[in-house]
Design a protein around this ligand. Structure first.
Ligand SMILES: Nc1ncnc2c1ncn2[C@@H]1O[C@H](COP(=O)(O)OP(=O)(O)OP(=O)(O)O)[C@@H](O)[C@H]1O
Length: 264
């Protein structure tokens, strides 16, 4: 299904992105490159524009200025057919609307496959079971309704749906929000294992320092309307900025980082 990626081109590339909602300037002169195989944690204060940036990356919204490239191609370029093909190369797990509530878990996971219109129903059944196994759920969970699932299972089922079309890029918005520490840690292990198996590139928005410390190959700090710092966690901690001070060096941050160092 993959159409390939020009040699060396970043999986995601943002150049000179500006976003405005009326007088509210959210992004200005924002650049970011995500290389294949990375797990990039996007952090920033509330309202700094993290979710909006993810929405630009998947083409749900379009910046007022600048360029968004995915897999080496301009996001909005090409025919409708080419744009749809590009959309199949990423999976999304957003906070809201993780699952369609009127569909069973199995129907949710089958949805992107059915939309393709080329997969037989018996193959879809097998693929649903396979995706459930990937996220450590049982085949019989396919019959459950989303309302019957725990918070952790909703995340797993939504992840199974995001993985339905074997994406190369996975975008996660607060994937561990609302999960207790054990479930968060299990979800992180799952993403790391899938990244190893499937060679995924991951961009996640998170406020959860335990998740960030356990996963991120690089941290992108969104502050003052642009990517203020883009570095390993270790180097990010050296940057002198009020947001970084609050986020990483507060009481909660220090404890999370100490835990992460203890785990390494
Ligand atoms: N559709 C919209 N119309 C008008 N303003 C919007 C819209 N979407 C986002 N905004 C504004 O853009 C800014 C960035 O919002 P966004 O949700 O991207 O921030 P965020 O960093 O993800 O915040 P949080 O961490 O609180 O979820 C906010 O000021 C928000 O009010």
């Amino acid at each position: 299904m993959s159409a390939g990626r020009p040699q060396g081109a970043p999986v995601v590339s943002l150049r000179g992105v500006a976003t405005r909602f009326g007088a509210n300037v959210v992004h200005q002169g924002l650049d970011l490159d995500v290389e294949a195989g990375e797990i990039v944690a996007l952090v920033g204060g509330s309202g700094s524009g993290k979710t909006t940036l993810l929405r630009h990356v998947i083409g749900l919204t379009r910046p007022a200025e600048g360029e968004v490239r995915l897999f080496g191609e301009a996001l909005h370029a090409g025919t409708v057919h080419e744009r749809i093909a590009r959309q199949r190369r990423f999976g999304v797990l957003f906070q809201q609307g993780a699952l369609f509530s009127a569909f069973t878990v199995g129907e949710n996971i089958a949805f992107p496959l059915r939309e393709l219109g080329i997969v037989h129903e018996d193959e879809i059944r097998d693929l649903v079971a396979l995706k459930l196994a990937m996220v450590e759920m049982e085949p019989e969970h396919a019959r459950l309704m989303p309302a019957e699932l725990s918070g952790g299972m909703v995340k797993r089922a939504a992840l199974a749906r995001a993985l339905a079309l074997e994406p190369e890029l996975l975008l996660l918005d607060e994937p561990t929000a609302g999960l207790d520490p054990d479930r968060s840690a299990a979800f992180v292990r799952l993403i790391l294992a899938l990244r190893g198996e499937l060679g995924l590139t991951v961009v996640l928005v998170t406020h959860d320092l335990d998740t960030l410390a356990a996963m991120a190959t690089r941290v992108a700090v969104l502050a003052d309307k642009h990517i203020l710092s883009y570095a390993t966690l270790e180097d990010t901690l050296k940057v002198d900025h009020p947001f970084i001070e609050r986020f990483f060096h507060g009481e909660h941050g220090r404890r999370a980082l100490a835990r992460a160092q203890g785990d390494r």
